[in-house]
Design a binder for this molecule. Structure first.
Ligand SMILES: Nc1nc2c(c(=O)[nH]1)N[C@H]1C(S)=C(S)[C@@H](COP(=O)(O)OP(=O)(O)OC[C@H]3O[C@@H](n4cnc5c(N)ncnc54)[C@H](O)[C@@H]3O)O[C@H]1N2
Ligand code: MOO
Length: 399
């Protein structure tokens, strides 16, 4: 479902966020715009992996000096000589072995011992050769990648600019403060969707979150036109159906948008849509229509928006992990059922959660993701099924 949408979007639009050079420390969460290659062999020089003696010849060895990490040693030119060496120091040219200090004896300035058969130093290029591709373009940058890039000698990385997203919330019945009452409900998506979008790598400024937009067609058209001016992606919530004040489809028509996806055979969330607009200068922007029912909006985020953002950032589509169901999960006829589940990490299974009506968010707040129950099937205990994960952080949902 989401996978094919993501691949198609990237291929058809041919639009990725621009590449920018960023200081290494500012790259966490971004995406490599070009392959990561070392600037030198790694290690760049023969490096002692122990504290001891760099020796030449069979010994015993006469001590002629000392080499610490961080300097270039003079070569060992004479047999039966040695220099004291520290872990991480460059092994001098001419050395034939490194002897561990704890496996040596020193008497009257003469060192004896038997070096181990396996070399006690790291050879240049042992980890990587200069210009070898270590990670491809499209790799998400995480702290491990940052550390590797630093060890490769990089001060900056070329990464994709974060896609810029905006959110328009539709619905005159929505309150932005206080408890629900008198036929009005709290806007749950205006506060939540930007936070989800940021977890998918988007930049969303507070001023790019607008709403509730008045339930009239002119107000919708004006709000969408204005949001598109600065965004790569505008998400909207509500108004995807054909109710008396559902204006999203007429708004897209008024702006000349093309549908990429218009409804998906999934429950909940089927009225979701994705549309595309092209500028006269060729700039492509996307509109994701998230259904108004709050859980359905999140289904649309994981199904349409996450693959789109992966494509815009030049990332590949994640492979969906498989989980084992601990309990039965009903199917939804000829639709895919995306069923909220919580991972039981100790037991290695996934359990359906309660309170999962499409108008509810209680189940989502305790779930790890959506188990995929394919059309025409139902989930039975013991079945292995794919899970579409929520973009949770370490420490969330772990207890
Ligand atoms: N005749 C039919 N009516 C509906 C159908 C259908 O098949 N035939 N499908 C239902 C389904 S399923 C969904 S999902 C909704 C989608 O409707 P819209 O995208 O047009 O959304 P709205 O009508 O604007 O709102 C639906 C519901 O969600 C509440 N809502 C909206 N925005 C928010 C928000 N930001 N925070 C909290 N709650 C929100 C809104 O008050 C409504 O209760 O259509 C069904 N109807
Ligand atoms: O499909 Mo609606 O999106 O079930 O709530």
């Amino acid at each position: 479902m989401g996978g094919s949408a993501g691949a198609g979007l990237r291929g058809r639009s041919g639009r990725r966020a621009a590449a920018v050079a960023r200081p290494l420390v500012d790259t966490d969460g971004s995406t490599l715009a070009e392959p990561l290659t070392p600037r030198t062999d790694l290690p760049a020089f023969p490096t002692s992996s122990v504290d001891g003696w760099a020796v030449r010849g069979r010994g015993p060895w006469r001590v002629v000096g000392r080499v610490l990490a961080g300097s270039t040693p003079a070569p060992l030119t004479e047999d039966d000589t040695t220099v004291e060496i520290a872990t991480g120091a460059m092994v001098p040219d001419g050395a034939t072995a490194v002897l561990r200090v704890e496996e040596s004896t020193t008497v009257d300035g003469l060192v004896s011992g038997v070096p181990r058969a396996a070399p006690e130093w790291r050879k240049p290029g042992e980890e990587a050769y200069a210009d070898e591709e270590l990670l491809p373009a499209g790799t998400p940058v995480d702290p491990a990648v940052i550390g590797l890039a630093a060890s490769c000698g990089h001060d900056t990385l070329r990464v994709r600019r974060a896609p810029r997203a905006a959110l328009l919330v539709f619905g005159d019945e929505l309150l932005t403060a206080g408890p629900p009452a008198a036929g009005r409900v709290r806007d749950a998506l205006g506060p939540a969707v930007p936070a989800w979008l940021r977890r998918y790598g988007c930049q969303v400024r507070p001023s790019d979150v607008v709403g509730p937009v008045a339930d009239t067609l002119p107000a919708h058209v004006a709000a969408l036109r204005s949001a598109l001016a600065n965004a790569d992606l505008v998400c909207t919530t509500g108004g995807t159906m054909n109710g008396p004040v559902d204006h999203l489809h007429p708004t897209l028509e008024a702006l000349g948008a093309d549908y990429v996806v218009n409804t998906v055979a999934v429950r909940p969330g089927f009225p979701m849509l994705l549309a595309r607009l092209s500028d006269h200068d060729g700039r492509v922007r996307f509109v994701a229509g998230l259904p108004g029912n709050p859980q359905s909006a999140i289904v649309a985020l994981v199904s349409l928006v996450a693959p789109l953002l992966a494509g815009l950032q030049g990332r590949s589509m994640p492979v969906l992990p498989q989980v084992t169901l601990a309990e039965a999960v009903p199917g939804r006829g000829d639709h895919t059922h995306l069923a909220l589940v919580r991972l039981d990490r100790a037991a290695g299974v996934a359990r359906p959660v309660r309170h999962v009506g499409s108008a509810m968010l209680r189940g989502l707040a305790g779930a790890d993701g959506f188990a995929v129950i394919r059309p025409g099937t139902s989930g039975e205990p013991g079945d292995r099924v794919p899970i579409v994960p929520l973009p949770l952080l370490p420490g969330e949902r772990v207890s």
